[in-house]
Design a protein around this ligand. Structure first.
Ligand SMILES: [Fe+2]
Length: 150
Protein backbone atom coordinates (compact mmCIF):
# COMPACT_ATOMS: atom_id res chain seq x y z
CA UNK A 1 0.00 0.00 0.00
CA UNK A 2 1.33 3.43 -0.96
CA UNK A 3 2.36 5.94 1.71
CA UNK A 4 0.85 9.38 1.49
CA UNK A 5 3.18 12.08 2.77
CA UNK A 6 1.43 14.19 5.37
CA UNK A 7 2.34 17.35 7.27
CA UNK A 8 2.62 15.31 10.49
CA UNK A 9 5.93 13.97 9.07
CA UNK A 10 7.37 17.42 8.44
CA UNK A 11 10.18 18.44 10.78
CA UNK A 12 10.40 21.97 9.39
CA UNK A 13 14.01 21.43 8.30
CA UNK A 14 13.94 21.53 4.53
CA UNK A 15 16.94 19.37 3.67
CA UNK A 16 15.81 16.55 5.95
CA UNK A 17 12.14 16.80 4.98
CA UNK A 18 13.09 16.61 1.30
CA UNK A 19 15.20 13.52 1.91
CA UNK A 20 12.46 11.84 3.96
CA UNK A 21 10.00 12.54 1.16
CA UNK A 22 12.38 11.02 -1.35
CA UNK A 23 12.62 7.87 0.81
CA UNK A 24 8.83 7.62 0.85
CA UNK A 25 8.90 8.11 -2.89
CA UNK A 26 11.31 5.18 -3.22
CA UNK A 27 9.08 3.09 -0.97
CA UNK A 28 6.11 3.88 -3.23
CA UNK A 29 8.09 2.98 -6.35
CA UNK A 30 9.09 -0.40 -4.91
CA UNK A 31 5.56 -1.02 -3.69
CA UNK A 32 3.99 -0.34 -7.08
CA UNK A 33 6.69 -2.33 -8.92
CA UNK A 34 5.98 -5.29 -6.63
CA UNK A 35 2.21 -5.09 -6.99
CA UNK A 36 2.49 -4.81 -10.78
CA UNK A 37 4.76 -7.87 -10.83
CA UNK A 38 7.63 -6.03 -12.43
CA UNK A 39 10.69 -8.09 -13.43
CA UNK A 40 13.09 -9.05 -10.67
CA UNK A 41 15.84 -6.85 -12.18
CA UNK A 42 13.71 -3.74 -11.72
CA UNK A 43 12.91 -4.63 -8.12
CA UNK A 44 16.59 -5.30 -7.51
CA UNK A 45 17.57 -1.91 -8.91
CA UNK A 46 15.03 -0.13 -6.72
CA UNK A 47 16.11 -2.06 -3.63
CA UNK A 48 19.76 -1.18 -4.22
CA UNK A 49 18.72 2.43 -4.83
CA UNK A 50 16.87 2.40 -1.54
CA UNK A 51 19.91 1.17 0.38
CA UNK A 52 22.16 3.65 -1.37
CA UNK A 53 19.88 6.62 -0.76
CA UNK A 54 19.21 5.64 2.85
CA UNK A 55 22.98 5.63 3.50
CA UNK A 56 23.27 9.06 1.91
CA UNK A 57 20.40 10.42 3.99
CA UNK A 58 21.67 8.99 7.30
CA UNK A 59 25.09 10.43 6.58
CA UNK A 60 23.67 13.87 5.90
CA UNK A 61 21.51 13.73 9.04
CA UNK A 62 24.38 12.48 11.21
CA UNK A 63 26.63 15.29 9.97
CA UNK A 64 24.01 17.80 11.05
CA UNK A 65 23.67 16.09 14.45
CA UNK A 66 27.43 16.28 14.95
CA UNK A 67 27.43 19.93 13.94
CA UNK A 68 24.89 20.79 16.65
CA UNK A 69 26.62 18.55 19.19
CA UNK A 70 23.51 16.43 19.73
CA UNK A 71 23.74 14.56 23.03
CA UNK A 72 21.88 11.46 21.80
CA UNK A 73 24.07 11.20 18.72
CA UNK A 74 25.35 7.68 19.45
CA UNK A 75 21.87 6.24 20.09
CA UNK A 76 20.54 7.92 16.99
CA UNK A 77 23.37 6.62 14.82
CA UNK A 78 22.91 3.12 16.29
CA UNK A 79 19.29 3.16 15.27
CA UNK A 80 20.32 4.13 11.70
CA UNK A 81 22.89 1.35 11.64
CA UNK A 82 20.42 -1.30 12.79
CA UNK A 83 18.13 -0.29 9.96
CA UNK A 84 20.91 -0.43 7.34
CA UNK A 85 21.94 -3.86 8.63
CA UNK A 86 18.39 -5.21 8.20
CA UNK A 87 18.03 -3.81 4.68
CA UNK A 88 21.45 -5.10 3.75
CA UNK A 89 20.61 -8.61 4.97
CA UNK A 90 17.32 -8.54 3.08
CA UNK A 91 19.08 -7.41 -0.08
CA UNK A 92 21.46 -10.36 0.22
CA UNK A 93 18.49 -12.73 0.53
CA UNK A 94 16.92 -11.06 -2.48
CA UNK A 95 20.11 -11.55 -4.50
CA UNK A 96 20.05 -15.21 -3.54
CA UNK A 97 16.65 -15.54 -5.18
CA UNK A 98 14.16 -14.81 -2.41
CA UNK A 99 11.97 -12.25 -4.18
CA UNK A 100 9.35 -12.30 -1.45
CA UNK A 101 11.75 -10.56 0.88
CA UNK A 102 10.61 -7.36 -0.90
CA UNK A 103 7.31 -7.59 0.97
CA UNK A 104 9.18 -7.79 4.26
CA UNK A 105 11.42 -4.84 3.32
CA UNK A 106 8.39 -2.71 2.46
CA UNK A 107 6.65 -3.53 5.74
CA UNK A 108 9.79 -2.93 7.74
CA UNK A 109 10.66 0.29 5.94
CA UNK A 110 7.20 1.77 6.35
CA UNK A 111 7.00 0.97 10.03
CA UNK A 112 10.55 1.93 10.85
CA UNK A 113 10.75 5.15 8.87
CA UNK A 114 7.46 6.66 9.97
CA UNK A 115 8.12 5.77 13.61
CA UNK A 116 11.68 7.01 13.42
CA UNK A 117 10.61 10.38 12.01
CA UNK A 118 7.80 10.82 14.51
CA UNK A 119 9.68 9.64 17.59
CA UNK A 120 13.45 9.90 17.11
CA UNK A 121 13.98 12.63 14.53
CA UNK A 122 11.48 14.97 16.18
CA UNK A 123 13.65 15.00 19.32
CA UNK A 124 16.53 16.83 17.64
CA UNK A 125 14.38 19.43 15.87
CA UNK A 126 14.34 22.19 18.58
CA UNK A 127 18.12 22.08 19.03
CA UNK A 128 18.78 21.94 15.30
CA UNK A 129 16.56 24.95 14.66
CA UNK A 130 18.13 26.96 17.50
CA UNK A 131 21.67 26.03 16.45
CA UNK A 132 21.00 26.90 12.83
CA UNK A 133 19.42 30.25 13.77
CA UNK A 134 22.26 31.21 16.05
CA UNK A 135 24.81 30.30 13.36
CA UNK A 136 22.91 32.49 10.97
CA UNK A 137 22.95 35.45 13.37
CA UNK A 138 26.60 34.90 14.21
CA UNK A 139 27.59 34.95 10.57
CA UNK A 140 25.36 37.96 9.90
CA UNK A 141 26.99 39.80 12.81
CA UNK A 142 30.46 38.79 11.58
CA UNK A 143 29.62 40.05 8.10
CA UNK A 144 28.40 43.37 9.53
CA UNK A 145 31.49 43.94 11.62
CA UNK A 146 33.63 43.02 8.62
CA UNK A 147 31.77 45.56 6.52
CA UNK A 148 32.47 48.24 9.13
CA UNK A 149 36.20 47.60 8.77
CA UNK A 150 36.28 48.14 5.01
FE1 LIG B 1 17.24 9.76 11.89
Amino acid sequence: MQIQWGSQYNLGIKMIDDQHQWLINLYNKIDSAKSRNQPVEILGTYMKGLLHYTRFHFNAEENELKRIDYKQFVEHKDSHERFIKKINESLQEFDQGNEEVVVYVLDYLKDWLLNHIMREDKKYVPLMKTATNSMFFQSAAAAQSFERTI
